[in-house]
Design a protein around this ligand. Structure first.
Ligand code: ADP
Ligand code: MG
Length: 294
């Protein structure tokens, strides 16, 4: 493209809250035939709320469970952690301190609270730490997931004490964006660290072509490269620290403006209004600009 066409293109983008960092990014956007979307914070609002607290520990009620869970989640920056902390605050409790806090990227958190060794995370995290899940608990986890909720497992002193379900609202603009991508014959892939059932429930609701769930942060990038090896021209849209390597690996990395600085730094295009529909506008803009100079 000519420098003038690129200037015009980036200018129109900026006016619409779409920051295109380079002329190369604008040109590459033209050929995109696959869009990979992160789930939490990209398709969904990224502000999950606690919906259910199922207690398995005798002598403890849900307020007490939320309180301790909030204590070990407080130092975490994950949206799930924020949901638990907000729930504790809404219940009007003072969150105790945690010692020996440790976050395991893409899995969960652990720490010592009131002398008890506590852990919160997904099924894999519990398995790795030898926490047994009874068939009753497994059934509860499945039911919550089928509902599109994310089950967060909470264990104390080596025993599973509660299942806390957290749910996130799908952005209205996401539904529209996914429909439009289909109309443009662009394949849509959802990539998430969340569990398979929850991811599939969201996939079904939105009519997404392909879903890759239970992806560890370091593996999101590998999925992008796999699609590229299949000959796809890939745009990745994400918001989190865990999306940064995938954003950098994609042909076009697109960050949600409300996302983390690391994601914004790794991307070629930033959606200031945090709407997926603007990713489509960027692709259309690229096609228009390139067409005009041919
Ligand atoms: P995503 O942003 O796609 O949900 P992540 O890699 O951030 O993916 O997280 C993957 C999964 O790891 C989450 O769905 C959750 O089950 C678990 N997890 C990560 N961080 C935490 C945390 N602070 N507390 C509880 N669970 C967590
Ligand atoms: Mg995310």
């Amino acid at each position: 493209a000519t420098p003038v066409a690129i200037m015009v293109g980036t200018g129109v983008g900026a006016k619409n809250g779409i920051l295109i960092k380079s002329g190369d990014a604008l040109q590459s956007a033209r050929d995109i035939n696959t869009v990979v979307l992160d789930k939490t914070g990209t398709i969904t609002e990224g502000k999950p709320k606690v919906t259910d607290v199922i207690v398995y520990e005798k002598g403890l009620n849900s307020d007490e469970i939320i309180l301790i869970a909030a204590a070990i989640e407080k130092p975490s920056e994950h949206p799930l952690a924020e949901a638990i902390v907000n729930e504790a605050l809404a219940r009007g409790t003072l969150i105790p301190d945690v010692e020996d806090f440790q976050a395991v990227f893409g899995k969960g958190v652990m720490g010592v609270c009131e002398g008890k060794k506590c852990m919160a995370g997904n099924v894999g995290f519990m398995n790795e730490n030898d926490i047994t899940l009874s068939s009753e608990i497994q059934t509860a986890i499945e039911a919550l997931s089928e509902d599109g909720k994310t089950p967060l497992l909470f264990a104390m002193d080596g025993k599973l004490s509660a299942v806390i379900a957290v749910a996130d609202t799908v952005k209205a603009s996401s539904m529209k964006a996914i429909r439009e991508l289909h109309d443009m014959k662009i394949e849509v892939v959802m990539l998430t660290g969340d569990n398979k059932r929850t991811a599939q429930a969201v996939q079904k609701r939105l009519g997404i072509n392909q879903v890759v769930a239970e992806v560890l942060p370091e593996d999101k990038e590998k999925e992008i490269r796999r699609l590229q090896r299949e000959g796809k021209k890939v745009a990745m849209v994400g918001d989190g620290i865990n999306d940064a390597p995938a954003l950098a690996a994609a042909d076009v990395g697109i960050a949600i403006g409300a996302g983390t600085d690391v994601a914004i730094d790794s991307a070629d295009i930033i959606l200031m209004k945090s709407r997926l529909t603007d990713a489509i506008t960027a692709i259309r803009l690229s096609r228009a600009v390139i067409r005009n100079i041919k």
